[in-house]
Ligand binder design. Structure first.
Ligand code: CU
Length: 149
């Protein structure tokens, strides 16, 4: 019995932290309108990829709010234009926008939020972009996301 527990314990020790580390990432955002991470590679083995968006600044969300929206790179311009019109009440994302693969809420300084990327919806070889859809931010606040091995 004790040996069994030990074996299970050892298995957990070797497998769990590795998987947990691979299927998540943290992206920091700032009062200087920037993402600190410019590219993410999502392992194909992950079912979900959790991105935690942290706002390390001090400004409130209506002034320097940030979110993290994921779409195909070719769709980003249109998603962003529609998101701007949707307003802060809709987290600057058009409700029901099928081009949006994942989107977090808008956060202000000192806050953080997590958004889950459904990896099964992503294709290897496709170019994806995550960006902030707060009006005027997408030009600076964007990064590439791709599916890795
Ligand atoms: Cu922003």
């Amino acid at each position: 019995m004790i040996r069994k527990i030990l074996v299970i314990g050892l298995l957990c020790l070797f497998t769990t932290p590795a998987i947990a580390a691979e299927c998540k990432a943290t992206v920091e955002s700032t009062d200087a309108m920037q993402f600190k991470t410019g590219a993410l590679v999502v392992p194909a083995a992950c079912k979900q990829f959790a991105i935690t968006l942290k706002h390390t600044g001090k400004l409130p969300r209506n002034v320097m709010g940030h979110n993290l929206v994921l779409g195909r790179t070719v769709d980003v311009g249109a998603i962003n234009a529609d998101g701007m019109k949707a307003g802060l009440a809709n987290q600057y994302v058009k409700p029901g926008d099928a081009r949006v693969l994942a989107a977090s809420k808008v956060i202000g300084g000192g806050e953080s939020t997590t958004v889950n990327i459904p990896v099964g919806k992503l294709k290897a070889g496709e170019s994806y972009t995550y960006f902030c859809s707060f009006p005027g931010h997408a030009a600076l606040m964007k990064g590439t996301l791709s599916v890795g091995k």
